[in-house]
Design a protein around this ligand. Structure first.
Ligand code: CNA
Length: 257
């Protein structure tokens, strides 16, 4: 089957389905200029050690190195705009063809594109919390009072109430998932079509949602540039750039406006 035929088949399944859940990952946002983790060369793990910059033990042992990585990323995340994949998913939801988006992304771009039911199972970068007293912060304001030329250690944000270390509300390796995950499992249990987009599906327990959907009797479709862990068990696999696949899908379902 050609990519065109596969996208047409997905269009038919979306029309037939009563409850479709989209499961998205970092690949949905690369066209917005946000690098993913595992793409060869451009992925963040090609340059950074995940255990240093994305684990709770790395955060606790060297918060300055952690924030050295993240404070640069906050700027990029704050400027990113939704792309065609986010926009088509939002339109599909508005037409009743997608019922929920379960996302591993922390960038908030689905909501910015207009999606309403978004379950952020790995949290969000926009807010942060004191690890001691739980006070909440707007991440972008965390660095407001940092003087220019401050050292990496001086840039580590601390709580203005208790002096505790402040951590962004993203789920790091070694941490429990966000509350949204239980809701995501319920949404997947009730769906009859799960469309997996832009994720290698190597991160657990999210990776378990694809076999979970199949066990509940749903069809599983994968759209990704490279092979994923879910391909073998999927009912339909579309290896393509998301921009092209989603544009074709939008034309197929007449949701281009
Ligand atoms: P990943 O393991 O990096 O996989 C991304 C997948 O997307 C890869 O298989 C790529 O081949 C594929 N891909 C990349 N760009 C495209 C494209 N334009 N078209 C089609 N396919 C593409 O990332 P996962 O999401 O699977 O891993 C889960 C991690 C990534 C979660 O913990 C996230 O928090 C984390 N993450 C999120 C963001 C974000 O919020 N935008 C960015 C980077 C990492």
């Amino acid at each position: 089957m050609s990519t065109n035929e596969r996208v047409r088949e997905l269009g038919t399944w979306l029309r037939e389905s009563k409850r479709t859940v989209a499961l998205t990952g970092a690949g949905v946002s690369t066209d917005s200029g946000i690098p993913d983790f595992r793409s060869p060369r451009s992925g963040l793990w090609a340059k950074h050690d995940p255990m240093q910059v994305a684990s709770i033990s790395g955060f606790r042992s060297d918060p300055a190195a952690f924030y050295g990585f993240w404070s640069e990323r906050f700027g990029a995340l704050g400027q990113a705009e939704p792309n065609v994949a986010h926009r088509v998913l939002a339109k599909l939801e508005a037409r009743g063809l997608v019922h929920a988006i379960v996302t591993q992304n922390i960038d908030g771009l689905h909501q910015r594109a207009g999606s309403r039911r978004v379950l952020e199972v790995h949290g969000t970068w926009r807010t942060a919390r004191c690890t001691t007293c739980g006070a909440r912060f707007d991440t972008l304001r965390l660095f407001d009072d940092v003087p220019p030329g401050a050292s990496a250690r001086e840039r580590v944000p601390t709580c203005d109430r208790c002096g505790g270390l402040v951590k962004p509300d993203v789920v790091l390796f070694g941490e429990a998932l966000a509350d949204d995950f239980a809701e995501a499992e319920r949404a997947v249990d009730r769906c009859d079509l799960l469309v997996v987009l832009g994720t290698s599906l190597e991160v657990w327990p999210v990776a378990g949602l694809a076999p979970r959907a199949r066990a509940a009797g749903a069809r599983v479709v994968v759209i990704n540039r490279e092979a994923t862990v879910a391909d073998q068990e999927a009912d339909l696999v579309i290896h393509a750039e998301l921009r092209e696949a989603m544009q074709r899908l939008a034309r197929e379902l007449d949701v281009t406006r």
